[in-house]
Design a protein around this ligand. Structure first.
Ligand code: 5GP
Length: 131
């Protein structure tokens, strides 16, 4: 899949939009007024859950500019609640949001990766050197 343009208009045919509409299957773990969460199809940790807002936002950039405060709060609280309900707080976990080409975003509907159940290691490659 092509990298996402984080400033492109929202595309209603994206995979997560279709999951939200029930057109594609998923293994759901949580749903409330603001957020929907399901297992990643290609997990990279024991627990790899994707949390998406129900609203139509391409990226964190789009969301942070256009979403009402109530929706931002609802989404952020849902991410924290899912982690608590999955007993991830005490052992620790990682949340990742990829934005655009450099971030590695593939699906153009905002999603937070919630990763747990293993030691994640360093955040990024510590051997990176400036060009
Ligand atoms: P991104 O690179 O955009 O941050 O992450 C997209 C994530 O969506 C990837 O981890 C990928 O495995 C996951 N994914 C892609 N297609 C599907 C799908 O159809 N169902 C589910 N559950 N996850 C998907």
């Amino acid at each position: 899949m092509n990298p996402v343009d984080p400033k492109a208009p929202y595309d209603d045919s994206n995979i997560f939009a279709r999951i939200l509409r029930g057109e594609l299957p998923c293994t759901k773990v949580y749903e409330d007024e603001w957020a929907f969460a399901f297992h990643d199809i290609a997990p990279v940790a024991e627990i790899h859950v994707l949390v998406v807002p129900k609203g139509k936002y391409v990226s964190w950039d789009d969301f942070s500019v256009h979403a009402p405060a109530e929706e931002i709060a609802g989404f952020v609280r849902a991410v924290g609640r899912i982690a608590r309900e999955m007993d991830l707080v005490e052992p620790g976990y990682r949340i990742i949001n990829n934005i655009g080409p450099n971030g590695g975003q593939i699906v153009p509907h905002l999603h937070v990766h919630l990763l747990g159940g293993r030691v994640m290691g360093p955040m990024l490659d510590r051997n990176w050197q400036p060009a």
